[in-house]
Design a protein around this ligand. Structure first.
Ligand code: BJW
Length: 244
């Protein structure tokens, strides 16, 4: 890969941005794999798989109820990185797609519109019997019935668990194939398919930039790295792009 090549030498029309837990860390939401990991004593595989949900739906509902409550606390708000990305979308003359692995709604609240929540949304649920999806801002549990088909104990969080297919992969790969710039913000590169997006974009001809506190597992695939907290690096990076 031509590492010496600089972004300012490139014609950039189409942009894909991928975000992970690091962008919401500056809003007070803990990351998954940091020292103070979010999982509160639960191993990921105890709560984030369909098998875990079948084995102990109560534990899994409690886990997501706790996180939903936290997300709705007044102190949890979009930070300057979320706001800068919404600003980029509004002002960028070419194609722009934001793909987030995050299940929080901070990008939505900041005003991002062309946004894919590839791992689902904490404030949505669906019925495993009829498939009906709905908004959810309260606790749910096995005592609740589906409002659409009335089946008992069939509701689950609209979250993509390990072993399940992330959402809108065709749209994501189409955008990656056509992008001139791929930007990854605050993701560790542990979880596929998102961790493979940089390779796909670079093989399709894109310039790739990583913004992270520390190098990710896929750092080697990027042309450029910008180290620091997302709330500081993202607004500065967006400013550079919009001034081109
Ligand atoms: C900052 C910062 C600041 C901190 N500023 N930066 C073997 C090889 C390859 C793949 C697999 C494999 N075995 C299984 C798989 C597939 C599996 C997988 O990838 N497993 C790996 C663990 C190996 N993937 C899947 O199963 C996916 N589905 C799939 O592949 O479908 C295809 C298929 C289906 C069926 C059959 C066959 C194929 C689904 C993945 C679903 C992921 N779900 C989760 C949980 C969501 C629910 C929830 O939140 O409860 O999504 S896992 C969790 O990790 C969550 C996140 O979205 C995801 C990524 O985490 P992220 O965002 O990167 O966070 P961290 O904490 O890891 O990193 C934070 C970063 O921020 C760090 O780098 C910090 O430095 C940085 N940072 N503060 C800037 N202020």
């Amino acid at each position: 890969m031509p590492k010496h090549e600089k972004m300012h030498n490139r014609v950039i029309r189409n942009i894909v941005v991928l975000t992970g837990a690091g962008i919401s860390a500056d809003s007070g939401i803990q990351t998954f794999r940091g020292a103070d990991g979010l999982w509160c004593g639960h191993r990921v595989q105890d709560v984030a798989t369909p098998e875990a949900f079948r084995a102990d739906p109560h534990l899994v509902h409690e886990f997501y109820n706790m996180r939903r409550k936290q997300l709705l606390e007044p102190a949890i708000r979009p930070n300057s990185a979320h706001v800068a990305l919404a600003d980029l979308e509004r002002n960028w003359p070419g194609e722009y797609l934001l793909v987030t692995q995050n299940i929080d709604d901070l990008h939505d609240r900041a005003g991002s519109k062309n946004l894919i929540h590839m791992h689902g949304e904490l404030l949505r649920i669906f019925c495993t019997k009829c498939g009906q999806k709905s908004d959810c801002r309260t606790d749910i549990g096995t005592q609740h019935s589906c409002e659409n088909c009335a089946a008992p104990a069939t509701l689950r969080p609209d979250i993509v668990w390990f072993g399940e297919m992330p959402y809108r992969m065709d749209d994501i790969y189409d955008a990656l194939s056509a992008c001139d710039l791929f930007v990854s913000i605050g993701t560790s590169g542990n979880v596929y398919p998102a961790a493979g997006f940089v390779s796909h974009a670079v093989m399709s001809g894109a310039y790739a930039v990583e913004l992270n506190l520390e190098p990710s597992l896929t750092s080697g695939a990027f042309h450029e790295h910008i180290a620091g907290r997302a709330a500081e690096t993202v607004p500065a990076f967006v400013k550079t792009l919009l001034e081109r």
